[in-house]
Design a protein around this ligand. Structure first.
Ligand SMILES: [Zn+2]
Length: 266
């Protein structure tokens, strides 16, 4: 797997630190535990794609690694990691943090929130390295990964331009996350999408799309957290850790391109 990790590091260049699950767990633990986040006083909030590959027991993945330390998570994300739960979900999660009794000080304090914000992209080697595909447990052939983003890219290529991209109506709200994802991409990121369309190398195109997916999700969640703090600043007494990056799904295990770890409300 070292070959995969080195290839990801060379493809993502200086965008983030490419870590395997064990390395990533150690970096996160060191950074946030030194700010007093632990499994007894914190609740996880994930803005990660609904895709089961991100949490299957049979694969080594970030979700499994983090939930082993910090307990199960509150789901904020839908397909492509779009934070469909919104500010209401963050407010709800903030009401679920455990109280924490410190034996050292004898004081009971309110717990913390740990956000994990990450789109994902599959990565396989079939003669050559291919991004955007994954051979899933129990299957023989690769499928799209992230399916929502790869589907969007195919529709964008068919349309030929952002202006001619057709967002298929959904009058009965049967596919709400897909509509929001497509609308946000088309309305808020037209110049980035045009640049992606111009790229001839398919792997480079998919890498750039995963970075755009990251920008969309991290920007939305950051705005939602700002709004949450504006509404609940006096009510929420805890701290907030925000871990961001891109999950790279390989056949049996994931890698994580760590972009940032921030601590708010210290
Ligand atoms: Zn996905």
């Amino acid at each position: 797997m070292q070959e995969f990790q080195e290839k990801i590091a060379s493809d993502y260049e200086n965008w983030g630190q490419v870590l395997d699950i064990g390395e990533c767990k150690d970096v996160i633990k060191e950074k946030i535990m030194s700010s007093d986040f632990n499994g007894d006083n914190s609740r996880l909030v994930f803005s990660v794609c609904s895709d089961d590959c991100n949490r299957l027991e049979i694969r080594e993945n970030m979700e499994k690694s983090l939930t082993r330390i910090y307990g199960r998570e509150f789901h904020l994300g839908g397909v492509a990691g779009y934070p469909i739960g919104g500010v209401s979900a963050i407010i709800a999660a903030s009401h679920h943090v455990p109280d924490y009794h410190s034996a050292k000080t004898g004081q009971t304090t309110k717990g913390n929130l740990i956000f994990f914000i990450s789109p994902h992209v599959g990565f396989i080697k079939k003669d050559v390295f291919l991004y955007g595909r994954l051979i899933r447990p129990g299957q023989q052939n690769p499928t799209a990964c992230c399916g929502a983003m790869m589907g969007f890219l195919n529709e964008l290529k068919r349309a030929g331009d952002v202006e001619t991209f057709n967002i298929v109506p959904d009058h009965d709200n049967l596919d709400p996350t897909r509509i929001l994802l497509h609308e946000t991409l088309i309305k808020e990121y037209p110049s980035q999408l045009r640049e992606i369309l111009k790229i001839e190398d398919v792997n480079t195109q998919i890498i750039k799309l995963s970075i755009l997916n990251y920008e969309l999700i991290s920007h939305k969640v950051t705005k939602m957290i700002d709004e949450f703090l504006r509404k609940e600043y006096e009510v929420f007494q805890g701290k907030i850790a925000i871990i961001t990056g891109i999950t790279i799904n390989c056949i049996s295990r994931d890698f994580f391109v760590l972009r940032s770890i921030k601590i708010l409300k210290n």
